[in-house]
Design a protein around this ligand. Sequence first.
Ligand code: KPL
Length: 317
Amino acid sequence: MSKVNSPHTAKARVVIVGPGAMGCLLAALLSRAAALEVALLDYRPDRAKLLNEQGIIIESPAGADTVPVRCTAEPKQLETADLVIIFTKAYDTAAAAQHCASIVGSNTSVLTLQNGLGNYQVLQEYLPAEQILAGTTSSGATLLGVGRIRQAGIGRIILGSPTSNHALADSAVGLLRSAGLQTELTVDINAVLWRKVLINCAINPLTALTRRRNGELWESAPLRGLAAQVADEVYRVGQAVGINWGKFDPRREVEEVCRATATNQSSMLQDVLAGRRTEVEYITGSVAQAAEQHGLSAPLCQCLTALIEGLTEQHIQ
Ligand code: KPL
């Protein structure tokens, strides 16, 4: 069987694991760069076949744009990658690491851009720790169907190396920038991941519980008040963990993200509406756990985790 990407190309090979909304968005954006050879790795052969035939369809008010993309559920069809980007749901990280292991060579960077805390630590259990990078993205997208997304704005990627392999992180930054993506290097990736999780804690469960878009959350005085208290709670837990928040103002940052992504349905609301398992365990759940480990309590994070789990428990296997 022929390989999905060619062994004789000088192009950098990027494989994105997980064809959800964000995986598809990134695959489409990177596929437009002439210097990259991009493939999507799925675990479902039926969906991979459909994506391969149909491509990724990006809907916008201006119309629909189709971007052809190579997709397979069989990692053996792929050559060793230069960069593997993990974009599965957080609860699938271990499975994703094992699925992509055969395309991770000694020079491959593996970058998680997933939501939540704990993802890079799981990848480090299965793949060489010094090759794992972590980051956040402020882009947003809604999954409308298989390979069909609505883009909610292209934001910035910030990435770094949890093992201080800054040279590797720097070359991943260069590769993503070469594809036109606004990307920055950080030497304190844990601070960046906590900033993102704070925003997800304040926005995702409340939007999922009230079925509001991100902008509508901030427009409601009682919900805005609650979101601000959640943000303060996560900030305090982060301080106990030793996170350097710098000038980060939790309430202002949550407000800014609500405004910048006003028409977006948070990923947790999308999951609830689609009857999928949510990532709450890795968002408010992981903050509540971190609080406990440091002798603190995080009652709002605990309460939101229980409410979302209660709302969706029929979907948890
Ligand atoms: O990351 C997000 C998510 O929905 O998971 C935010 C930033 C809240 C944007 O919707």
